[in-house]
Design a protein around this ligand. Structure first.
Ligand SMILES: Cc1ncc(COP(=O)(O)O)c(C=O)c1O
Length: 364
């Protein structure tokens, strides 16, 4: 048996364990700003929708209920500005991490094909390329890539880990280049609702894609906007031909979103109030942490959106991780996201107000 796991990088979070132990030993407890997992309650209207659909004895469908597809197309039109969207333009998926990891395989990519993603990026783009045996390629500007053999181009705006947002004209230029060269674009927009000093735009916006979805798909997740990471609620939207192919494969593969989660997603996408409330919580935590880090001598780069501050003390990232761990604060080293992050740390503001206050005091 050939071990598929041998194709994969070392699971990075294991390297953080000793620093976690240091932070845990702080007399006032750890402030964990490393992983970026939501900590606030699932909004009651979403929990109620989940519970109301608890009696779901039959198999759900991969494409989802008509009500879910209506919710997805409606939200894409209302929130992203997508025009003329039909059910064929949307497909629910079981978590966007799972989609990112298995998409290249499901697209039939393999040896000889290339998958490209930003130089500093969410590690699962590389994992997806490696799982199917394709070549993983990083870019600074995707339009400088050699398009030969390039089958899948990942965009991620707002970015994890840097919080950088691609402006509309930049997205437009990249989409035009990809179409000219026949390169499929998947745009991971899971932080789109979390812009602070920028207003993130989707590739599905008519100014970017010209009202045609040919060759472009956006990836959205409810994990961050609606505190639903535990539900695994996400979807893809865009090119009907690409989504139709994925639907066929996923029907055979049995990748069905649980029926109660489908119902919860309908409720979540129909409500903007809880998104505004959650944004307000994050905005306050971000402001408190940013101020404290800067006053403590950190420099923050980008970070105009997403759930992270991309911070540096102009030293190797593991020195900063160790320094903060002594204060009981755990952050992610920038090199988890690529060598270019070796002098940065990623500080997530997904901790409770009480824990954020504790971090601010320790930095003061
Ligand atoms: C850029 C990016 N894409 C996708 C995901 C996965 O989100 P989920 O699997 O919860 O939908 C994350 C999670 O942190 C992320 O940062």
């Amino acid at each position: 048996m050939s071990a598929v796991s041998s194709r994969l990088p070392v699971f990075p979070w294991d390297k953080l364990e000793p620093y976690k132990a240091t932070a845990l030993a702080h007399p006032d407890g750890i402030v964990d700003l490393s992983v970026g997992t939501p900590v606030d309650p699932v909004p009651p209207l979403i929990q109620e929708a989940l519970v109301a659909a608890a009696d779901s004895p039959g198999y759900p469908t991969v494409w989802g209920t008509p009500a879910l597809r209506d919710a997805l197309t409606g939200w894409c039109g209302r929130r992203l500005g997508a025009t003329g969207f039909a059910h064929e333009n949307v497909l629910p998926v079981v978590g966007s991490k799972e989609l990112v990891a298995w998409l290249p395989t499901q697209l039939g990519l393999g040896a000889g094909d290339k998958v490209a993603y930003p130089r500093l990026a969410y590690p699962t783009y590389e994992v997806g390329a490696r799982l199917c045996g394709a070549e993983a390629v990083v870019y600074d500007d995707p339009t400088e890539l050699d398009p030969a053999g390039l089958k899948l181009l990942w965009l991620n705006s707002p970015s994890n880990p840097t919080g950088k947002v691609l402006p509309k004209d930049e997205l437009t230029r990249i989409v035009a280049w990809a179409r000219e060269h026949g390169v499929l674009v998947f745009s991971d927009e899971c932080y789109l609702e979390l812009g602070w000093e920028a207003d993130p735009v989707s590739v599905l916006h008519p100014d970017v894609c010209g009202g045609s979805y040919e060759g472009i798909v956006a990836v959205h997740s409810l994990s961050k906007r609606s505190n639903l990471a535990g539900y695994r609620a996400a979807f893809v939207a865009g090119d009907a031909a690409v989504l139709g192919e994925l639907l066929q494969i996923r029907k055979h593969g049995g990748m069905m979103t649980a029926a109660p989660v489908q119902a919860a997603t309908v409720a979540a996408l129909g409500d903007d109030t809880h998104v505004a409330e959650q944004r307000a919580r994050y905005a306050a935590r971000r402001a408190a942490l940013k101020g404290a880090l800067e006053a403590h001598g950190f420099r923050i780069e980008h970070s105009e959106a997403s759930l992270y501050l991309w911070a540096t003390r102009d030293e190797p990232c593991w020195d900063t991780v160790a320094y903060l761990a002594e204060k009981g604060i755990l952050v992610a080293p920038g090199d988890f996201y690529g060598e270019a992050g070796a002098r940065f740390v990623r500080v997530a503001f997904t901790a409770t107000d009480e824990r954020v206050d504790a971090a601010v005091k320790r930095l003061g």
